[in-house]
Design a protein around this ligand. Structure first.
Ligand code: PMP
Length: 361
């Protein structure tokens, strides 16, 4: 089957081998005669999938012993609220770095819960820049400091993380989790939805330092309480079993490819090629993001003549390249080139872009 190259931002490309395994095992899971999605989440068969998935996250991300890995529902969006509900007590405030559309959503939700300090605001530069990581210092009263490691809409990514002591750093890694090695020990909490680098939507990973679990207030809903999930090893209620199963297969795929470091090498290569194609187009294409912070996951660009963009999408779709439209809030073009998007896909895009500019330029 001739599948189009899928540059969608999320849900997004899943390795075809994973889709094939899911299809082959959907009706009869490992000769049990039943589908995994029909089996009790408290039973032995699903139980193994659950534990192996958590173990793979621990292994591939190098999660330290004193951290819990939670598998939750609600997307990263629920984490925008759940995080301050658990970790932002009355009398304290939380520091946020406003790096773009997703950071802003996190900020807006946190403000509903408690005090928020925006310690860097990229709005005046239209979110094309990030602060020098060395300049980041938490406020005296901060309960935590929040960053968005990759802005999916703006195409902006932290390459080096801020380093400070005394206040936990929290990261939304929704669109670059496991795309590169990360020192988890430098974060108090990491959260990420699965639907970009790790499989279908429906499951959200939360990695939390155990020390922080005691901070969760007792008077919030049980599902909203990190310590409830940690105590139950993410089986407090029915977990999204299908999404977790699919994520396990994607994680096995990452392991087979050599883990986060190997995947990062390919990701950087893919991104470098695509940025080079944009930068060397004589201005036909242009990327607005500061070179130091250009994302390896979501490459954004405009055409010099923005009126040609509709034609660009139409022709690229005919060429089998789909999902290249930028987010509706900003327009322009965006290629999401997550882990599972192969280098050949990027090569096809680059060839198409050259052909398009030659015809229209
Ligand atoms: N944060 C980032 C960086 C994202 O890219 C997204 C989704 N595109 C979200 C949060 C929201 O995630 P969800 O749709 O899983 O709630």
């Amino acid at each position: 089957m001739n599948r189009p190259v899928n540059f969608s931002a999320g849900p997004s490309v899943v390795p075809v081998e994973v889709l094939e395994t899911l299809a082959a095992e959907m009706v009869n899971y490992q000769k049990t005669g039943l589908s995994l999605v029909e089996l009790s989440h408290r039973g032995e068969i699903y139980g193994r999938v659950h534990l192996e998935t958590i173990a793979l996250i621990r292994e591939l991300m190098g999660v330290p012993e004193d951290y819990s890995v939670l598998l939750l529902g609600g997307g990263a969006t629920l984490q925008f609220s759940m995080l301050p509900m658990n970790l932002l007590p009355t009398g304290k405030s939380a520091d946020y770095i406003n790096s773009g559309a997703w950071a802003r959503k996190a900020i807006d939700e946190a403000k509903k819960v408690g005090g928020v300090n925006v310690i860097y605001d990229g709005a005046s530069e239209k979110y094309t820049n990030l602060p020098d990581p060395k300049s980041i210092k938490p406020s005296p009263n901060a309960a935590y400091l929040h960053i968005t490691t990759n802005e999916t809409i703006g195409g902006l990514q932290w390459k080096v993380f801020p380093e400070f002591r005394g206040v936990p750093m929290v990261a939304d890694m929704s669109s670059d989790i496991l795309s590169r090695p990360v020192d988890v020990g430098r974060f108090g909490l990491i959260y990420a939805g699965a639907q970009k680098n790790l499989g279908p939507a429906g499951v959200t990973i939360v990695i939390i330092q155990n020390e922080l679990l005691s901070e969760s207030p007792k008077n919030i809903g049980s599902y909203l309480n990190y310590s409830v999930h940690a105590k139950a090893n993410s089986l407090y209620n029915t977990p999204p079993v299908f999404s977790i199963w699919a994520m396990k297969l994607v994680l096995e795929n990452i392991k087979k490819c050599g883990g986060a470091a190997a995947v990062a090498k390919t990701n950087m290569l893919k991104a470098a090629k695509l940025y080079e194609a944009i930068d060397s187009s004589g201005g036909f294409y242009r990327c607005p993001v500061n070179k130091a912070f250009r994302s390896d996951m979501n490459v954004v660009w405009r055409l010099r003549n923005e009126n040609l963009e509709a034609k660009f999408f139409e022709s690229s779709a005919i060429a089998g390249l789909i999902g290249l439209k930028g987010h509706r809030s900003v327009g322009g073009c965006r290629a999401s080139i997550y882990n599972s998007l192969k280098e050949e896909g990027v090569d096809r895009l680059i060839a198409f872009m050259a052909e398009f500019s030659a015809k229209k330029g």
